[in-house]
Design a protein around this ligand. Structure first.
Ligand SMILES: C[C@H](O)[C@H](O)[C@H]1CNC2=NC(N)=NC(=O)C2=N1
Length: 98
């Protein structure tokens, strides 16, 4: 199981992942990125692709889905914080659009 990253580690890792930021605190802490799209169809296509890789990784982002954007939040429940797994999955989410 991944361990919780320290605040310093989180800041360092976020600097390597443009577009992602720290969101919330305590039990609601997560790394978060808002992806924007041309329309609802493209937004949902992204959501479906992300759901597919989330299932494969057994690591599931919280999603907020809107007409032309999707807010993605990753955290690790087991450590009640942010772990390496969250950053790995965030990079995979980015790679869907690369
Ligand atoms: C039992 C199951 O593997 C765990 O509950 C997984 C499922 N998906 C998960 N998703 C996320 N984002 N964080 C987790 O800690 C997590 N844990």
């Amino acid at each position: 199981m991944s361990r919780a990253l320290t605040p310093t580690q989180i800041v360092t890792r976020l600097a390597e992942l443009p577009g992602w930021k720290l969101s919330g605190d305590g039990a609601d802490v997560a790394i978060e990125r808002t992806y924007t799209f041309a329309n609802y169809y493209e937004t949902i296509a992204f959501v479906n692709a992300l759901a597919f890789i989330a299932h494969a990784a057994d690591h599931h982002p919280d999603l907020s889905v809107h007409f032309n954007r999707c807010v993605v939040r990753f955290s690790t429940h087991d450590v009640q914080g942010i772990s390496d797994t969250d950053f790995a999955c965030a990079a995979r989410a980015d790679a869907l659009l690369a």
